[in-house]
Design a protein around this ligand. Structure first.
Ligand SMILES: [Cu+2]
Length: 133
């Protein structure tokens, strides 16, 4: 039963990606509510990359969980996990990717020093932070 559910979700995801003509469009919030993407950097070059991977314990995982950058640097998140959608959502509200599937990329430029914690709003075990100095 579980396998069947995952297969169906994968098929639906492929259809969504195909409809958008690529993995870089905002595919909205599949959890039902409205979501406005916020804080996305465009045309930047990432200093660090965080992968959104699958994880048997927390459903998903930010890899690495902690990212260290300098003020002015850009972090890129890559949706790698093909088994579940995820969000990259700052706890302070400074950035929000909305719900996305494998193939999506989201970049944020950090313009001030501090420790910015973020999570996936779908999976409570998915947490990460960006340490900016
Ligand atoms: Cu997630």
């Amino acid at each position: 039963m579980k396998f069947w559910t995952i297969t169906l979700a994968g098929t639906a995801m492929a259809l969504v990606l195909a409809a958008c003509g690529g993995g870089t469009a905002n595919t909205g919030n599949s959890s039902g509510g409205s979501c406005t993407q916020k804080g996305a950097a465009t045309g930047a070059t990432a200093a660090q990359t965080v992968k959104l991977n699958s994880d048997p314990n927390t459903i998903g995982r930010f890899d690495p969980q902690t990212t260290t950058v300098k003020v002015g640097d850009t972090v890129e998140w890559d949706w790698v996990d093909t088994s579940a959608p995820h969000t990259v959502t700052a706890l302070d509200g400074s950035f929000e990717s909305c719900t996305q599937n494998a193939g999506f990329k989201f970049m944020v430029t950090f313009s001030k020093a501090g420790d910015v914690q973020y999570h996936c709003t779908i999976h409570s075990g998915m947490t990460g932070d960006v340490k900016v100095s």
